[in-house]
Design a protein around this ligand. Structure first.
Ligand SMILES: Cc1cc2nc3c(=O)[nH]c(=O)nc-3n(C[C@H](O)[C@H](O)[C@H](O)COP(=O)(O)OP(=O)(O)OC[C@H]3O[C@@H](n4cnc5c(N)ncnc54)[C@H](O)[C@@H]3O)c2cc1C
Length: 355
């Protein structure tokens, strides 16, 4: 059987594309191995995602108790003073601190219920011949006329046929913290900078705390640094952890978090969406929203059989990446306290090239 379209990758972009295609009356084959990780970092969902979830008929899932509204986000960026980040009221409602696994599982269930044909395996090998994709998994060969590449930063299709640009070497160390204290912790998100990079901490709905430390992968000290010891370098975050008795639980993990993008994001018989098309610095909280947006844009263009709409998607994405890079440079350049330290000096230099 030849499928009209295959969606590769089981993250937010893949789930949203599979769902939207099915809603448009096209049954996609969706090749995506079930999630292995117990915890996936990346939980701060921007309020801008709410209208996109409404488009998908998925916004009710944000009301689940496993997520919490992110009313209080503070950052110490450019000075020691904590400043509230969400000073303006969002018409779409507040941002959300997700239980990321539960959110992805709910989107997946919705896509399958809408008719997406899920194959729970990774794509190993792939090639295109005579306008037809041959996609090999461990057990199957699947043939499809068109491919949605939603395989995240690996971009297994797009990186074969287009150039991937990498703006920096940002990497993240993260770990979960738990507390035996009975006091209910204040549900906050904190961001603060230090000489080697910046820190993020957020209280999840189940009262565990996620702590992320961002620096460049090639800088001395980052690779071997112990996250719990390192939290001593922070002010607001270490004070919060100590006030509520939080201790690290489990191992520190490491993951790439740099800005990278594909140009162009479409080609003969394929389109890239989500991180496969453009992956953003987590400081921006753009990743999940762009995964939803790109999946909807590309799926709607495919359903409408409108090639010019598909090109418009790629153009809008490229413009969005340019705007994002300019804004990000400005934010990093606004932290001047460690201008001579490599992490910050690199970013200040990059900002002088684009401004
Ligand atoms: C440390 C960190 C913190 C972040 N914090 C935030 C945040 O607070 N807010 C926010 O909005 N964004 C955040 N992000 C970004 C956000 O997580 C991503 O933008 C989002 O996950 C993109 O979704 P995706 O579906 O495109 O890719 P992914 O979530 O990476 O999913 C890709 C999927 O493709 C699968 N895959 C890979 N290879 C194959 C293959 N060969 N065959 C089949 N499937 C394959 C993978 O297993 C995976 O399931 C963060 C990112 C990082 C690294």
């Amino acid at each position: 059987m030849i499928h009209p379209v295959a969606v590769l990758g089981g993250g937010i972009a893949g789930a949203a594309a599979a769902l939207r295609l099915a809603q448009g009356g096209i049954r996609p084959v969706w090749i995506a191995q079930n999630r292995q990780d117990a915890f996936k970092p990346g939980e701060h969902l921007s309020a801008a995602a709410t209208p996109l979830l409404k488009t998908l008929g998925s916004d009710a899932m944000l009301r689940s108790e496993v997520h919490r509204h992110a009313h209080s986000t503070y950052s110490a960026w450019g000075s020691d003073t904590l400043v509230e980040r969400n000073a303006i009221i969002h018409l779409e409602g507040p941002p959300t601190v997700l239980d990321r696994g539960a959110f992805e599982d709910a989107l997946t269930a919705q896509a399958i219920a809408a008719g997406a044909l899920r194959i729970d395996q990774d794509v190993g090998d792939l090639r295109i011949a005579d306008g037809l994709w041959h996609l090999d998994t461990r057990e199957n060969r699947i043939e499809a006329g068109f491919v949605f590449d939603a395989t995240g930063r690996k971009a297994i299709v797009a990186s074969k046929f287009a150039t991937r640009f990498q703006a920096d070497k940002l990497s993240c160390q993260y770990a979960l913290f738990t507390s035996a204290d009975q006091d209910r912790p204040r549900p906050v998100t904190l961001i603060e900078t230090e000489a080697r990079g910046w820190w993020y901490m957020s209280v999840l709905a189940d009262q565990r705390v996620i702590v992320n430390f961002y620096s460049d992968a090639d800088l001395p000290g980052f690779a071997n640094a112990e996250l719990e010891e390192n939290t001593q370098q922070t002010k607001a975050i270490s004070a919060y952890l100590s006030d509520y008795g939080y201790k690290i639980s489990g191992k520190t993990k490491r993951i790439t978090a740099n800005s990278s993008w594909i140009a162009p994001a479409i080609g003969e018989g394929w389109v890239a969406i989500g991180d496969a098309s453009a992956a953003f610095d987590p400081l921006s909280s753009h990743g999940m929203t762009t995964a939803l947006w790109s999946a909807i844009q590309a799926a709607d263009a495919f359903v409408a059989k409108d090639r010019s709409r598909m090109f418009a998607y790629a153009d809008n994405l490229a413009k969005g990446v340019e705007d994002y890079r300019t804004a990000l440079h400005r934010v990093y350049a606004s932290e001047k306290r460690w201008a001579n330290c490599p992490f910050w000096a690199r970013r200040i230099e990059a900002s002088t090239k684009t401004d």
